[in-house]
Structures are given as structure tokens and as C-alpha cells.
Design a protein around this ligand. Structure first.
Ligand SMILES: Nc1ncnc2c1ncn2[C@@H]1O[C@H](COP(=O)(O)OP(=O)(O)OP(=O)(O)O)[C@@H](O)[C@H]1O
Length: 761
């Protein structure tokens, strides 16, 4: 036998179920399992008995397509025309349908549920002599639903015994004249029907027999039926005068779980009702009449309950259901509207004399089929197999995740009305951007000031050199310039500190900005977009600011190169002059020029060496380029190197390198360089403002330093200026951020000049 351990489902019986059941049954079963409908109504019409055929062989009932019941009013003296009514049911079984087929279609599918903790009820309803007992209990060799259910249940339990421990208990009672009696132990007397909050409807004191095989149940039923109140009536020679209720309780517990599991209980109620009858037809008298009244009373109550359930279903509202009107309805409370899957097998007779009963029965049945109830599993103590716990845990995990998401959404500002928090976040960003922009500007200002100080220092160094050359080392002018240089160096060091502070301030602000961005993730999508766009604009603005600074710096670098070229040209020219004069001039001339030229030459060579060793010289050249600007714009003489001081011999110099001749003569004319101004007259931080050395400039003709100089006119080799000046990493990053402004920024130093400061340190 094939079993499925993991799912606990019954393979053998499922396949048996599939093979035995009609497709429409599968649909009905599916509907019942889904709770679409919890009541299945089947009609079974028995054949005419011999006796009936002798009286009247007209059949009032016809079954079509296994679902349709056509009832025809027998023709009489008044109604000559045949009057037909049609009713459709879940199943309609004709007179030739076997017991097995009825069981397969109406009861077999319930058993799986019963074995898994659901309640199910099958009851036969109908007028007396219509075949209820035949259907439920059966006859010799024609077993009814009760016995077939037992046989099937025990077969299934055997299959499932590897996984579950089952306990089967049976009780058998009758309701006779509104009295409940135990059919297994008749000595228990009359019993009470009670409603237990946990167990549902129970009969107190009812004996329960633990059954281990179908044979035990057959024996029990045989004994019970002997005790059942049956009397011959006009309608039925062995008429059941009571409602017989067989209940099968199935408890089970999962095996081998390793976990203490709880038990589940399924209950199958199989009911053979007493026949509904009309006193007129039965011709009962005395006790039979009272029996009939009680039977009809309980069946009437059953009919009323079915009606009420039908009405409630139509209205979709809660309606009072008169279960308490009879013992039967009290007992069937959870078989009709409660926690139960119910099958009502309506037995009818085609005998013409029972036409009215048959018709009324069909009307009830028609209402009953519209009842929908909600079925629940009896989970007093639910037992699960270990594999099911895994599924449950996974489902619970999913549920927890979903709930967390819901909770997050609920707590998130996204759910606050619209953009309640938009102002707050926009305000924060605005404030932060202002801080960043301000800090960045302050940083650039600090660097510019530092640059200016560097420029001044270079100027002073040039002046110092000149002063030493002109006035001697101990002169007042030299001492004064040395003093100024000392102060300048101190200011430069302070300015460097300031630049460093500004830089780290900006870095901190950047971190804060990143934290702020992270907080935006939980905001409404539109708000996040707005904030990101605003931030993007801000970053672009910063980049533009940085680019401007870079452009300025590059421009200065070019000018510095030009100046440097010019210095080299001068050196070269001086060398040439010196060599030319060496052979032709007098010894006095040589004495006059040689020391000066050598002095100048040493000064610049020293600077070139310094430049090669570190980049200080670059910064000093930066200072020089500023001077050029002054020279060009103001026509003032730059107080630069002694190189530019003309020789007293003012004859036109002829370069031996022809390509330099013209330019050199234009640039350095003797008349324009007769005097030098040792103090830069326009420096904003001119510490010599009040100095006595302030003199008026006389020279008008400045150097013409132009970047438009043809390439061929430039010296082939220039002192290298570090690549780092051509592209700021910050600008690089900003360009990337233009593409993706929210890309994670990598760790860089900001600005080009700060690097220079580091080098200096
Ligand atoms: N489907 C059937 N095929 C053949 N015979 C049937 C069928 N149904 C009922 N009978 C026969 O009809 C007679 C009456 O049936 P049964 O006793 O089951 O009726 P009942 O509804 O239980 O009546 P009551 O309510 O009075 O107990 C019996 O002799 C039974 O054998």
C-alpha cells in the first residue's frame, strides 16, 4: 500500500476515491472543502413495491441526468392534465442505482475529512416507507451507508496507522417521542442533549464503544437495531418510529513527531430519521398517532430549521434558527448550520398515493440545498506532523515579514498625510547646502589668501636678494625685509592651519550629508526625488565653483611657466653676454659684471634645484604670475629678480640664438629697467607701505609675457609642474556625480592647493 508520509494524505484511498467518484462529485467535494457549500443534497427514489404496483403502477417520480427530479401529479377526477414540477439536486438517484454508488457519491468523500478532524453528517430524510433505513442501514447483502462507512474507515485507518494513532468510538441512540435513548446500553435510561462550548452538541451519559474492527460495529448495530422502536404501520410494515443516530468519533495523534502533540477529533454522524407521514395516510390511532405527531413535530422542526437557514442565507444576515424546537434539531444543530459537512439523502417513493408527501419532501430538500454553512476543523488540541510544523513556521515567518512591512509603512513618514514632513526635510537640506557652500567658499578664500602670502614671500625673497646685492647683508633694508619675511612665514603657517580646518570642516559636512541621504530612503518616493534633485543641483554648483578655481589655477600655472621661461632666457642671455664680454671688454667691465651675474645665476639655479626637489617653487611661481598681472595692467615694474636689472652697458644685446633675439630685445630694453622698486606697490598686504624704501617707478615698459608665443619659440624643456595641478580629484568626482550624484563618494582630498600645503609641510 502506498502512503505519503510527508503530507499524511491517503494515497490508496485517494486513488480509490478518484476512480469511484464521478467528476461532478469531485466538484461538489471541492466546493464543500472550500466552504462554498457545506450541504450536499441527494434524492433517492426507490422502486415501487410489488404491493404498490398492484394498486397503482403510475410513477410520480422520474429521474433525469442523475440530477433532475420530475414529479408528476397523478391524474385524478379533477386534474385531468398532468402537472409536472422539476427540481434539480446535487444528485438524483433512480430506482436502479446501487447502494455502493449512493455511498460512493454521497459519503465516501467525507471520510478523509473525518479522519483529519472535521465533522460530517449524513442523514436520510423522507416520508415513511421511502427507503431511509434501506439507504442508511441496508439489508443483507445490500449494506447501507453506515456499514460501508465503517468498512472504509477502518481500511483507511490501517493505511494511516504508520503516521497516526487512531481511536474509534461509536455511540448509537434513538430519539423516540422526544426522548433520547441509548441503543448500545439501554439501561442508561433517558438521556439529555447538551451543548458543550468545546465539544459542541453532546448527549450526556451516552455510552461509547471503542471499536477496533467493522465486525464489532456490525454486531453493535445489529443489537442496537433490535432495540430500536419499529412498528408496523399502514405505510410501512417495519416502520422506524424513531430517529436513529449513529455517531463515530475518531480521535488521532501524530506518531514519531518528537514533539508533544495534541489530539484531533472527527465525528461522523449517520442518521436514519423516522419517516414523515401524514396522519390521514397512515390511518394511525392511539400510540401510533402520538408517535406520528412527535415524529412529525421533530421533522417539522427540522423543516423549520432548514427554512430559517435558507432565509438567513438569502438575506445574508444572522437569523434565529429554531434548533431547540425538538430533540432532533438540537442534536443536529452542528450538522446543519454549524461546524459540519452535511449530506442529506432525501428518500422518496414514486407511489402515486404518496405524491403529496413526496412533493413536500422535495420542496424541503430544495431549500436545504441552498444552505451554506461554514466548516471548521475541530482543533481542541491540534496535532501536527513535524513536517507540517516546518510549513507552519515558514508561513508564520512570511506573515511576520508582511506585518513588519505594514508596520514600517504605518510608522513611516510616507503614511503621514501627503508630504507633511516635506518642509522639514527640505529645510534640513537647504540649511546643510548653505553650510557646505559657505565652508567651501571660505576654504577657497583661505587658499587664495595663502597663495597671496606665498606670492608676497617670493617677492620679499627677491627683494632681499636684491637688497643684499645692492646694500650689503647688514644694511637696514635687508634687516627690515628679513623681519617682514619672518612675519610672512608665520602668517603663511597660520593660513595653512586655516585651510586645513576648512578642509576637514567640509569633510565633516559631507559625512552629515551622506547620513541625511540615508534617511531619505524611507520617505515618500516623490519627496525623495525632489530632495535628490535639489542635492544634485547643489553638488553641480559646488563642482562649478571648484572648476572655476581650477581654471584660475591652470591659468596661473601657464603664466608661471612663461615667467620661468623668461627667467631662463635671461640667464641664458646673461651667460652669453658674459662670454661675449669676456674677450672684448676691459678688466674693469669684467670686474663690474662678473660677480653680479654669478650672484643672479646662483639665485635662480638654487630655485630650480628646489623646484626639482619639491614643489615649493611652483608656489613661488604662483606669486610671480600675480606680479606679471600687475606689470601688464598697471605698467609698473615688477620687483622681481635682479636678473631684470639692466647692465650699465646699455648697448643692444644680440643673442647668439637667433630665435630669441627679437623677443628678448622687445622685452628687456635698458631704459625700462633702470630702477627697481624693492617693495611691491599694490600688494594688499603690503607690509612696506610705510617703509622709507618706497620709491617711484620710472620704468614704463613691462615684460611682455604671452601664452600666445609660438611653440617653436619656447625652450624645449620646461621644469615639470606636477600633474596634480591639472585636475582636482574633487572635480573628477564631481563630474562622476553629475552622472550619478548619489554614487558613494570615494575618499579624496579636496582642491589642488591643499596638496601643495601638505607637500610644504
Ligand atoms: N432503493 C431501494 N431499492 C429496493 N428496495 C427499496 C429501496 N428503498 C427501499 N426499499 C424497500 O422499501 C421498503 C421500505 O423501506 P425502508 O424501511 O427503508 O423505508 P423507511 O423510509 O425507512 O421507512 P420508515 O420511515 O417507516 O422507517 C423496504 O422493504 C425496502 O426494502
Amino acid at each position: 500500500m502506498k502512503t505519503s508520509k510527508s503530507s499524511g494524505k491517503i494515497s490508496r484511498n485517494e486513488s480509490a476515491l478518484e476512480s469511484d467518484q464521478e467528476p461532478e462529485t469531485t466538484e461538489l467535494i471541492s466546493n464543500m472543502h472550500q466552504g462554498v457549500s457545506n450541504i450536499l443534497v441527494a434524492v433517492r427514489c426507490r422502486p415501487l413495491t410489488k404491493k404498490e404496483k398492484e394498486v397503482e403502477d403510475f410513477k410520480t417520480v422520474q429521474i433525469l441526468d442523475g440530477k433532475l427530479v420530475i414529479i408528476t401529479e397523478p391524474p385524478g377526477p379533477i386534474n385531468k392534465r398532468l402537472n409536472e414540477k422539476k427540481y434539480a439536486f446535487d444528485f438524483a438517484f433512480g430506482e436502479n442505482v446501487s447502494q455502493q454508488e449512493v455511498f460512493n457519491k454521497t459519503t465516501m468523500f467525507l471520510l478523509e475529512g473525518v479522519l483529519s478532524g472535521y465533522n460530517a453528517t449524513v442523514f436520510a430524510y423522507g416520508p415513511t416507507g421511502a427507503g431511509k433505513t434501506y439507504t442508511m442501514l441496508g439489508e443483507v447483502d445490500k449494506l447501507g451507508i453506515m456499514l460501508m462507512s465503517f468498512i472504509e474507515l477502518f481500511t483507511r485507518i490501517e493505511v494511516l496507522s504508520n503516521e497516526r494513532e487512531y481511536l474509534v468510538k461509536i455511540s448509537y441512540l434513538e430519539i423516540y417521542n422526544e426522548i433520547v435513548r441509548d441503543l448500545i446500553s439501554p439501561s442508561t435510561g433517558y438521556l439529555d442533549i447538551r451543548e458543550d462550548p468545546d465539544k459542541g452538541i453532546t448527549v450526556s451519559g451516552l455510552s461509547e464503544l471503542v471499536a477496533t474492527s467493522p465486525q464489532e460495529v456490525i454486531e453493535c448495530l445489529r443489537l442496537g437495531n433490535k432495540r430500536r422502536t419499529c412498528e408496523p404501520t399502514e405505510a410501512n410494515q417495519t416502520s422506524s418510529r424513531s430517529h436513529a443516530v449513529l455517531q463515530i468519533l475518531i480521535e488521532y495523534r501524530e506518531k514519531n513527531t518528537g514533539i508533544e502533540t495534541e489530539k484531533a477529533t472527527g465525528k461522523l454522524s449517520l442518521i436514519d430519521l423516522a419517516g414523515s407521514e401524514r396522519a390521514a395516510n397512515t390511518k394511525n390511532r392511539g400510540i401510533r398517532l402520538i408517535e406520528g405527531a412527535n415524529i412529525n413535530r421533530s421533522l417539522l422542526a427540522l423543516g423549520n430549521c432548514i427554512n430559517a437557514l435558507y432565509e438567513a442565507n438569502l438575506k445574508g444576515t444572522k437569523t434565529y434558527i429554531p434548533y431547540r424546537d425538538s430533540k432532533l434539531t438540537r442534536l443536529l444543530k452542528d450538522s446543519l448550520g454549524g461546524n459540519c459537512r452535511t449530506v442529506m439523502i432525501v428518500c422518496i417513493s414514486p407511489f402515486a398515493m404518496f405524491y403529496d408527501d413526496t412533493h413536500n419532501t422535495l420542496k424541503y430538500a430544495n431549500r436545504a440545498k441552498n444552505i451554506k454553512t461554514s466548516s471548521e476543523r475541530n482543533v481542541v488540541n491540534v496535532t501536527y506532523h513535524i513536517s507540517k510544523y516546518k510549513d507552519i513556521i515558514n508561513e508564520l515567518k512570511k506573515e511576520v515579514l508582511e506585518l513588519k512591512k505594514v508596520l514600517q509603512k504605518k510608522n513611516s513618514p510616507k503614511n503621514l498625510d501627503g508630504f507633511d514632513n516635506a518642509d522639514k526635510y527640505e529645510g534640513q537640506l537647504e540649511g546643510h547646502m548653505q553650510k557646505e557652500a559657505k565652508t567651501k567658499k571660505m576654504y577657497f578664500e583661505a587658499v587664495s589668501s595663502w597663495d597671496e602670502l606665498q606670492e608676497m614671500m617670493l617677492t620679499r625673497e627677491c627683494e632681499l636678494n636684491e637688497a643684499r646685492f645692492t646694500h650689503g647683508n647688514d644694511s637696514n633694508v635687508v634687516v627690515s625685509i628679513e623681519d617682514q619675511l619672518g612675519k610672512l612665514k608665520k602668517s603663511i603657517a597660520e593660513q595653512e592651519d586655516k585651510v586645513g580646518r576648512m578642509n576637514s570642516q567640509f569633510e565633516n559636512l559631507e559625512k552629515i550629508r551622506q547620513e541625511m541621504q540615508a534617511r531619505w530612503e524611507d520617505l515618500p518616493e516623490d519627496l525623495t526625488k525632489t530632495l535628490k534633485i535639489t542635492l544634485q543641483q547643489h553638488i553641480i554648483m559646488l563642482s562649478e565653483l571648484e572648476n572655476e578655481q581650477l581654471k584660475l589655477h591652470e591659468k596661473n600655472q601657464l603664466k608661471q611657466k612663461d615667467i620661468y621661461i623668461q627667467i631662463l632666457q635671461n640667464q641664458l642671455q646673461n651667460k652669453i653676454d658674459y662670454l661675449e664680454n669676456k674677450g672684448t671688454n676691459t678688466l674693469e667691465k669684467q670686474a663690474l659684471h662678473k660677480p653680479k651675474s654669478l650672484n643672479q645665476e646662483n639665485f635662480f639655479l638654487k630655485n630650480i634645484e628646489t623646484n626639482n626637489r619639491n614643489k615649493n617653487f611652483n608656489y613661488r611661481l604662483q606669486g610671480i604670475k600675480s606680479k606679471i598681472t600687475y606689470v601688464k595692467s598697471e605698467g609698473s615694474l615688477p620687483p622681481l629678480s635682479p636678473k631684470y636689472i639692466p647692465t650699465k652697458n646699455s648697448h643692444k644685446k644680440e643673442s647668439k640664438i637667433p630665435r630669441y633675439n627679437q623677443k628678448y630685445q622687445e622685452d628687456i630694453s635698458p631704459s625700462s629697467l633702470t630702477e627697481i622698486n624693492p617693495i611691491h606697490p599694490y600688494s594688499s598686504k603690503n607690509i612696506h607701505k610705510k617703509g622709507k624704501a618706497k620709491t617711484k617707478r620710472k620704468a614704463k615698459k613691462p615684460f611682455i609675457i604671452s601664452n600666445s608665443e609660438p611653440e617653436s619659440a619656447r625652450p624645449k624643456e620646461l621644469p615639470k609642474i606636477s600633474d596634480k595641478f591639472y585636475m582636482s580629484p574633487y572635480v573628477k568626482r564631481s563630474n562622476e556625480q553629475k552622472k550619478n550624484p548619489f554614487a558613494k563618494p570615494y575618499n579624496v582630498k579636496y582642491g589642488v592647493m591643499i596638496r601643495g600645503i601638505e607637500k610644504l609641510n
